[in-house]
Design a protein around this ligand. Structure first.
Ligand code: MG
Length: 497
């Protein structure tokens, strides 16, 4: 048995209602993003706010807090039980630290900010979003002070999204990868081996044909359609409603088919994680991923390391050409080049795997300054263009393709971006290990035979859920914490050899 300790069992009994609320909330969120009529949003956001408040109240019940406190100092617990106590005490610590008025104000501000952010982006008017960003920066700094931190207020923001993450370690990470990425990028651009654009980017596709491609690719990867669904939404996402109900979405722009295809593969990586969590964790606080960074490592592993590899593009070529008539004009080698163009560009979500992390570095630098003090929204907008030019050598002409491009800050998510880089680095660390442990890894990809790969990821990462914090999971599974060296090795192997 996984959970044996009587007090842990009691705690799980008492908190099962939180799981049920979360389950209900997940269905509501999924519905909001997919099928809800546009005007349903008013009632839905009120209902969601009520549910969030109820969750906070139930989590902070005296008997729950007392049980968690008692168990925090208990040395008789097994790893799973410790995981349950760790996850709950972390939520309690944060929920307790933040005054309800601040939580409400943040919720209200971000709820209001989002439509203004959207309008600002569409109209290219930063001043429309500016007062909201000022407010969000101010509230985030207040929240950091309430939550507390050892060295820097940004530490509190980071830890909120990635347990244990600190400004210092993110700096170390970027200090290591930035010069190396630049060197690799310079070589790629000067030797011309990888194109910066491809004519397939302008080729239109038939949406219903593309739907078939996505579904068939998902089937080959091993997505079980009796435990999930593929739907359409404005922003693709994965949502784990239950351990046997993990849904994904994609979007169809009508041209440049790699965007929907690789978006779908990305979400598959997220979904597989949740689908392979140990079933005995059902309805408990550890029935979820270890962290956002580890979750992103799974999506990037499937999207980039597998999906953008030569054996994969070669293997799916027949599938592509059976549904998309224009594919026959191109060779498998063309498809490989098309999905691997490299170019310093303005937009993060369209960035290739070489330049992507420089986009995160830019956001990291700005967020540190936001959390530090007198940095205001206006300063962020100005610094954006300077940093962009310095880091990527391109300068946005509009706010829309600069500081307004991402939704995150309008949602109050300061400290979230670095988890994307962690995901990229961890995916390469997994690649380093899987090549050693499964020597015919590339052959399996070429045969589209993923059972062994799925099992490997299940044993190393997925089945543990949130039993261990991210760094501990990496040490346990791969013998060392996050090591950025493997990402550089991966880029060199792929782009320079
Ligand atoms: Mg993702």
């Amino acid at each position: 048995m996984v959970f044996e300790h009587p007090k842990v069992k009691e705690l799980l009994d008492k908190t099962r209602v939180l799981w049920a609320l979360h389950h209900a909330e997940s269905v509501l969120s999924w519905d909001s993003e997919t099928y809800m009529p546009r005007k349903g949003v008013a009632d839905r956001s009120l209902a969601m706010a009520e549910l969030a408040a109820l969750q906070q109240k139930l989590l902070l019940r005296d008997d729950v807090v007392k049980l968690v406190d008692d168990l925090s100092n208990n040395n008789d617990l097994n790893d799973y039980e410790k995981g349950v106590v760790r996850v709950l005490s972390r939520s309690i610590r944060i929920m307790k630290a933040l005054p309800p008025e601040l939580v409400m104000e943040m919720a209200k501000t971000t709820e209001e900010a989002r439509p203004y952010w959207r309008e600002a982006k569409v109209k290219n008017k930063f001043e429309v979003f500016e007062p909201y960003l000022d407010k969000i920066i101010e509230l985030s700094r207040k929240a950091a002070e309430y939550i507390g931190y050892d060295e820097h207020p940004y530490d509190a923001a980071l830890d909120y999204y990635e347990e244990g993450l600190r400004k210092r370690s993110v700096e170390d990470m970027f200090n290591y990868i930035e010069p190396r990425i630049r060197r690799i990028l310079d070589k790629i651009l000067s030797n011309g081996l990888y194109p910066s654009t491809h004519e397939l980017e302008d080729v239109k596709y038939d949406v219903s044909a593309m739907e078939k491609v996505n579904k068939e690719v998902l089937q080959r990867l091993g997505y079980p359609f009796d435990r999930g669904r593929l739907d359409v939404s404005a922003h693709p996402f994965t949502i784990g409603i239950g351990l046997d109900d993990v849904r994904i979405t994609t979007r169809y722009e009508g041209k440049d088919f790699k965007r929907t295809l690789y978006g779908t593969i990305h979400e598959f990586g997220h979904a597989l994680y949740d689908l392979q969590i140990d079933k005995s964790f059902r309805m408990t606080p550890i029935a979820r991923g270890a962290s956002l960074g580890i979750h992103e490592s799974q999506s990037r592993f499937w999207e980039n390391i597998i999906g953008r590899s030569k054996p994969f593009t070669e293997a799916i070529y027949p599938l592509l050409s059976s549904h998309l008539s224009f594919i026959s004009r191109y060779s498998p080698e063309d498809i490989y080049m098309y999905v691997n163009t490299v170019k310093p560009s303005l937009i993060r979500v369209e960035a290739d795997e070489v330049t992507y992390n420089l986009h995160i570095l830019l956001r990291f630098k700005l967020e540190v300054r936001m959390m530090e003090g007198d940095y205001r929204a206006r300063d962020v907008a100005e610094a954006w263009n300077e940093e962009m030019e310095e880091l990527l050598g391109v300068r946005p002409k509009t706010y829309s393709e600069g500081v307004l491009q991402d939704i995150h800050w309008s949602m109050g998510s300061i400290g979230y971006f670095p988890t994307y880089t962690i995901g990229n680095l961890v995916s390469a660390q997994i690649y380093h290990n899987i090549k050693k442990d499964i020597p015919n890894f590339h052959d399996l990809i070429n045969e589209l035979d993923f059972e062994e790969v799925r099992n490997y990821l299940r044993e190393k990462i997925h089945k543990w859920g949130a039993t261990y914090p991210p760094e501990e999971l990496l040490k346990k599974s791969f013998g060392e914490p996050l090591n950025p060296k493997y990402f550089i090795d991966y880029l060199e192997e792929k782009y320079l050899s």
